[in-house]
Each structure stands twice: as structure tokens, then as C-alpha cells.
Design a protein around this ligand. Structure first.
Ligand code: ADP
Ligand code: ZN
Length: 608
């Protein structure tokens, strides 16, 4: 039996969830998964990030006899999970290439002696004959394959080592196997089932909605200033800023640091040691902004990331959703914010063109980019648009994306579209948006004069509309397929597939009037920073965070391993006065209550 059972703790899943993990109840599908696996069934678990996949195998691991084997490719993540489990009183260890010889030996001997409830292992370690040999002599509670999408050759994270895991079913008959992932398109799902031999497994899927994340996408004008305004509402909070290039990462990180914001860069061009140190700081310190390329993020399970900002357009809706999904794992409000410009689309297109890949692959990638542009330019609810892309229908507008909060005002853009198309055609479909808009606005620039475009009949016909609005019109017409960007010609605007009906006046076009830039003052934005807490509670919350940082530093672990923000918030608002009352709060299991209860009670009492 597992440690908890022999220690005469109950092995009912709900009790384990409460006693060990401090959660009052299962969330959504968790309970169904847990009961199915505890009863010996195989499972494929498709939950978006933050819906609580770990509980799905950690609870059964403690309810079933023997050791649970968790396969993961992510060494840093393993370390954090093992640390968090140990803090909760669970006997967990990891085996991977990052351990010293002694640590490995200790983990192996604990494993062989049946002293572990969970062992985390990389796929290549697991499949060595020696390790499989040890496992065959033990009781195995279950085998959980995390990040199971890595088995799919079509996906973005394919890892060949994962293919070997298909043999586990025959090797360990009767042991329940689970595959878990946050990537759920149909192709990936089919690959997981086929390659991991899970044809008989039950499939558990939850909605991919992340209700606590609010979405906003704005046209980029002065990117750095817009980012600063956005960050002013997140002082003292942890977040990620994604940039397309390494150079931009460096520039943005420096710019923020100059503002007195603690910001560190992360990209594949940095020395490994610097990268690791910056990642570590992000995990272990409160309120740090990590400025990164997409090289950062896989396997980061920091629960209290309060915002994810994109200052460039991501590659697809899938990528955008995965990147923004790193925010708000703890269920508290989080913000996804993007600023993008039409130039990003041209740049992305060029990147696709220059890739060494089949034309078929490139076609798919271009279509994915267009789908994202559609979400960026929609006048409807962002959440509805995002979920629709994942084949999910969301009944009503969500009420807390930018388009829901400030519904778009529309205007009849038919004539503007005709003027734009005419300017594009008459200048030979060879120029980018900036130049075409100069023609429309009647700007006699050097380039306009050289090309003789000041003599075109369309010269100046759009002078009544300002440049920013023209840029918005160009983006919207591109998203609608009326105008296209010729990636082969450095972003030249060309007529899109659907332009004729517009030019002939057969199709009316409704366009969004971009709202005048919303400018809340910094004070207003800062006032929201500890959203939802009364001033006195916010003070206590900060004091509790400081205590948490102190305790985490002592042990060299990230603060959230001690307690999550959600737990500190409950402490700050409910102000429990005894250990018993403290133990009733979400996220406080028996082990953590013993370990930290008194320290936090002291802080709470000092505040009264
Ligand atoms: P995923 O791996 O699916 O992204 P995690 O397993 O990391 O998600 O869990 C996300 C967050 O939700 C964690 O902070 C975890 O403590 C919390 N959580 C999971 N299950 C529950 C539950 N039943 N009640 C409360 N919090 C939960
Ligand atoms: Zn909405």
C-alpha cells in the first residue's frame, strides 16, 4: 500500500484530495478521470492548461497500491512537481539526466525498496532495460504519460523518444495507463491513441475555455508606450512578454528595466547559464517580467502568471492560445494582451515562405496565420472566435474581452474599400500599405513623386480619413480577404480573392471604427493591481506574500510551492485565527498546515 494508506490515512480519492492537496472538491472532469483510473481503467485526458491535469494522476497514485510512474520530457517541471509533492508529504522522486550520481542512486534505491509513491522519469530513462527491470519487480500503481502530444509527428513538439512508449502496454499488462495533454486537435488525439496503444482508453475532454483569462488585442502604434501602459496595471505581478525576435527581446527588456520594472530577457541566443538563471528568477521571485521569444514557456507551470503580453503577432491561433494559456493557472483573473501591426503579417508570411518545407505545409501555415488575423480583426467576442476555432461553440458573448467590454462601433466602409482597391490597382499592386495610404491621403512624399503617383486620379481622394484609420481599414479588409499582402514582394498590397464585388459596388462592407485609444491613467490602472481586495486586505496580502518569499528562499523553492496566491488571498480576506480555521482554506493540506501554519497565523494576527 502507499505511504498514506499505511499511515492509516483514507485512500478515498476525495479524502486524498482534501487531506494531501488541500482542495475541497474535484474540478470538472477530474473526479471522473480519477475514479476511472483508480478502478484500473486507461484514460486519455485532454484538458487545457490550468484545468488541473496533475491531480488526475497524483490522486490515483496515492489511492492505488504501488508506485506511480510519471513520464515527462521536461526536467525543470519534474523538479518543481517533485518539490511540491514532497511539501505536501508525498514520497516523490525524479530520475533524469540533471541529477548527480548520488541523487540518482538514492532515487533508485528508494524506488527498489518500495519507498516511493510517485517516480517522475524522462522517456529515455524509463525505456532502458535496467530501469524497466526494476519496475517489473515492483507493484505499479499506474503509468501516466504527460505531454502526450509529443508522440505526434504532426505537432510542434514531436519527440522521437515518445514513440517507444507504445510498448508499455504489453510490458505492464493490467497497469492502468494515462496519456495527458493540453493539445487537442483531432490529428494529435488520433496519434496519441494509435501510437501509445490506447484504443480502449476512455477519453476525457473538457472545454478549452479559460474563463479567468480576459483577452484584448490592439493595433500597434507606439508598441513600447502601449506596453508600458498595459504593464502599469500589473505592477508587482509576474508576467511574460512575448516578442518575435531575439533583438526585440533584448530591446524591450532593457526598455522596461530603464522604467524601473524588473524585467529579464530569455531567448535561445543567450548563454545557457544566463537563460537558466533568468528562468529560475522568474519562477522564484514575485513580480518579475520575463521578456522572451517562444523558446520560453513549455513546461512552465508557475500558477500565478498574471499576464501574457504579445508585442508581435504569434504564428497561429494554436500558438497564441498555448502562450496566453500560461497565464492564470491558479484560476485568479489574468490578462492576455496583444499589440500587432500589419507589418507583422507580412513578416510572418515571409518566414513561412523562406522555410524549407513542402508547399502543402506552407499552405496550412498561411491559412493558420489568416485565421489568427481573423481573430485579431473581428468585431465580435474574442472568446467566441477563439473557441470556435477549436470547434467549440460558446453560447453568448463572454462579457470580458475587449470587444465585449467596449463593443465596436461600425461604419459603412464600402467607399473606403473601393478607394483603397483603386489606389492599389492604379499603382500596379507593387507597394506596401504605407505608400498606398500616402497616395490616398495625398502625401507628396519623395517616393510618391518619384513614382509619379501624385498624378494618379486616386491621389488625395482619402484625405478626409486619417492615417491611423486607413491602416485599420487595410487590416480589416485583409482579414476579410478583400485585400491581400503579397509576401513574395515584401508586403505589397494586392487585390484579394473577393475584391471584384466590392469594386463593382455589389457588396457593402461594414468596418469597425477603432475606438480612440483607451487611456486609463497609471494611477487608475495601478489601483486595480491587487484587484478585488479591499485596501486593508491588500496590505495583509502583501505581508503574507513577503512571508511566503522568506520561507521559499530558505528552502530554495519557488514561492508558489509554499502556497498559491489564491490561498494567500483567502487568508487576507477571511483572516482565520486558529490552525483549524487555517486548515479549512483552499490549498492547505495536512503537511503544509503543520509546516507553515504558525508562521502565517502570526502574520495574520499582527495585521488585526
Ligand atoms: P495543468 O497541468 O492542467 O495545467 P495543474 O495540474 O498544474 O494544471 O493545475 C493547475 C492549478 O489548479 C494548480 O494551481 C492546482 O493546484 C490547481 N488545482 C487543480 N485541481 C484543483 C482542485 N480540484 N481544486 C482547486 N485547485 C485545483
Ligand atoms: Zn467577449
Amino acid at each position: 500500500m502507499s505511504a498514506l494508506a499505511t499511515a492509516s490515512l483514507p485512500a478515498d480519492p476525495a479524502d486524498v484530495l482534501r487531506e494531501v492537496f488541500g482542495h475541497a472538491a474535484f474540478r470538472g472532469e477530474q473526479e471522473a478521470v480519477v475514479r476511472h483510473v483508480v478502478a484500473g481503467g486507461d484514460a486519455v485526458v485532454l484538458f487545457p492548461t490550468g484545468k488541473g491535469k496533475s491531480v488526475c494522476y497524483q490522486v490515483p497514485a496515492l489511492c492505488r497500491p504501488g508506485v506511480a510512474v510519471v513520464v515527462s520530457p521536461l526536467i525543470a517541471l519534474m523538479r518543481n512537481q517533485v518539490e511540491a509533492l514532497r511539501q505536501a508529504g508525498v514520497r516523490a522522486a525524479a530520475l533524469n539526466s540533471a541529477l548527480t550520481a548520488e541523487e540518482s542512486a538514492a532515487a533508485r534505491s528508494d524506488l527498489s525498496a518500495g519507498r516511493l509513491d510517485l517516480i517522475y522519469v524522462t522517456p529515455e530513462r524509463l525505456m532502458t532495460p535496467g530501469f524497466l527491470g526494476i519496475l517489473e519487480r515492483l507493484d505499479i500503481a499506474l503509468i501516466a504519460i504527460d505531454e502526450a502530444h509529443c508522440v505526434s509527428q504532426w505537432g510542434h513538439d514531436f519527440r522521437p523518444e515518445y514513440l517507444a512508449l507504445g510498448a508499455l502496454g504489453e510490458r505492464f499488462p493490467g497497469v492502468p495507463r494515462m496519456a495527458l495533454t493540453a493539445t487537442a486537435d483531432a490529428q494529435t488525439r488520433a496519434d496519441i491513441v494509435a501510437r501509445l496503444g490506447l484504443a480502449d482508453a476512455r477519453i476525457f475532454v473538457t472545454s478549452f475555455d479559460r474563463p479567468n483569462i480576459s483577452y484584448a488585442i490592439v493595433p500597434r502604434s507606439n508598441g513600447m508606450r502601449q506596453l508600458r501602459d498595459f504593464l502599469a496595471g500589473h505592477r508587482g505581478e509576474s508576467g511574460i512578454v512575448y516578442c518575435l525576435s531575439r533583438r526585440k527581446v533584448e530591446a524591450v527588456a532593457e526598455g522596461l528595466a530603464a522604467d524601473g520594472i524588473r524585467a529579464l530577457p530569455y531567448h535561445a541566443g543567450l548563454d545557457q547559464r544566463v537563460r537558466d538563471a533568468n528562468q529560475d528568477a522568474f519562477l522564484k521571485e514575485d513580480g518579475l517580467v520575463l521578456v522572451a521569444t517562444v523558446a520560453f514557456g513549455m513546461g512552465i507551470d508557475k500558477p500565478d502568471i498574471r499576464f501574457v503580453a504579445h508585442v508581435d503577432l504569434p504564428s497561429s491561433i494554436e500558438a497564441y492560445y498555448q502562450e496566453t494559456g500560461r497565464a492564470g493557472r491558479d484560476g485568479l483573473p489574468a490578462e492576455a494582451w496583444m499589440a500587432y501591426a500589419m507589418g507583422d503579417v507580412a513578416q510572418r508570411r515571409r518566414m513561412i515562405d523562406e522555410r524549407e518545407a513542402d508547399e502543402a505545409v506552407k499552405r496550412v501555415e498561411r491559412a493558420k496565420l489568416n485565421a489568427l488575423l481573423g481573430v485579431c480583426e473581428t468585431i465580435g467576442c474574442r472568446r467566441q472566435a477563439l473557441l470556435a476555432h477549436f470547434g467549440e461553440s460558446y453560447d453568448a458573448p463572454c462579457g470580458h474581452c475587449d470587444n465585449c467590454v467596449t463593443p465596436a462601433e461600425t461604419f459603412d466602409g464600402t467607399v473606403a474599400a473601393q478607394k483603397l482597391l483603386s489606389a492599389i490597382l492604379r499603382s500596379g499592386s507593387r507597394f506596401g500599405a504605407g505608400h498606398v495610404i500616402d497616395i490616398l491621403r495625398g502625401n507628396e512624399t519623395e517616393k510618391v513623386r518619384q513614382a509619379g503617383h501624385h498624378r494618379l486620379p486616386t491621389f488625395g481622394v482619402g484625405s478626409d480619413v486619417d492615417g491611423r484609420v486607413w491602416h485599420s481599414i487595410v487590416r480589416q479588409l485583409t482579414a476579410l480577404g478583400i485585400v491581400a499582402v503579397d509576401h513574395g514582394r515584401f508586403g505589397a498590397l494586392v487585390p484579394g480573392d473577393d475584391y471584384r464585388a466590392v469594386l463593382k459596388g455589389e457588396r457593402a462592407i461594414a468596418l469597425r471604427r477603432d475606438p480612440p485609444r483607451l487611456r486609463r491613467t497609471r494611477e487608475e490602472r495601478q489601483a486595480q493591481a491587487v484587484a478585488g481586495l479591499a485596501p486593508a486586505d491588500a496590505l495583509l496580502f502583501e505581508a503574507l506574500r513577503a512571508e511566503r518569499t522568506r520561507l521559499a528562499r530558505q528552502q530554495g523553492v519557488p514561492p508558489y510551492v509554499v502556497f498559491h496566491d489564491a490561498t494567500l488571498r483567502e487568508m487576507a480576506t477571511l483572516r482565520p485565527q486558529s490552525l483549524d480555521a487555517l486548515g479549512d482554506l483552499a490549498g492547505i493540506g495536512r503537511a503544509k498546515l503543520e509546516r507553515y501554519g504558525l508562521a502565517f497565523l502570526k502574520v495574520i494576527r499582527a495585521a488585526d
